[in-house]
Design a protein around this ligand. Sequence first.
Ligand SMILES: [Zn+2]
Length: 308
Amino acid sequence: MKKLSYLILSFFSATAFAQEVSTERIKTVISTLASDGMKGREIGTPENENAAKYIADLFKENNLEYCTGNSYLVPFNYKGQTAYNVCGIKKGKSEKTLGFSGHFDHIGVSKKEGDDTIYNGADDDASGITTLVGIADYFKNKKPEFSMLFMAFNGEEKGMLGSTAISEDKNLDKIYKNLSALFNFEMVATESEFGKNAVFITGDEFSDLDELFNQNAENGLKIHPDPYASEQLFYRSDNVSFVKKKIIAHSISTADMSKIKHYHQLNDDINVVDFDNLTQLINNFGKTLEKLNTKNFNPKYNDKVKFN
Ligand SMILES: [Zn+2]
């Protein structure tokens, strides 16, 4: 009897806390992107290209299709050289598409002498890339309602170069025509000022995306309004390239701007990452996204937004 109740108990606790994407997987992805070997992933460096190829391999593991051409790597011109964004798509029951993005480049290596000279960018924005990879993991063996677009942008730190280029790439117009909303993840490695299992969204006052999402949110996940609205982050992140196309596009973050100490610092490394919270966020995004369909999730801008 004792054994049986133990079995039942462990069965229930296993299902109650089952996470489809494991903490181990999240650790592996973010630690690889933020490793010293990636040397801060600065655009124009071989390590930046290595990061792009690593993300392409993860897209392949998740059986994503190419967005264009015969590669996940989508080239654009950077100072006369070829640099890459990474793009993959998963077909859902509908042609209507939800997009998930982040930027994989960071600011490279410090020129100052010291023990630690590498800007690992674990939070900024290896955490965002890990989130979109985690969402692709979550849906690997599922057929979602919406089709899903996954984009890892390059050159954000040099002025949002990658997201600007890919947003203007005519080869992707067919995808953009069906893009209902873009969730751009920017710095989600830490607990937010609203606590765990919570994020904030930039430009919440411009659309009803957050309300519609929260109505369907699973396991207590919540999108909060932007507490730093005066900083106009909505117009200063990669999502803005898509706002210009009148596509619903917001950035999602957990960064506590009132006390953050690692932004663009050498200590933005794997030690700042709250793995459990990040894993929970990813799984709860997955669970919530599973419930969204073209009837209950059709966000619209209001007339407060500026498209230029
Ligand atoms: Zn960033």
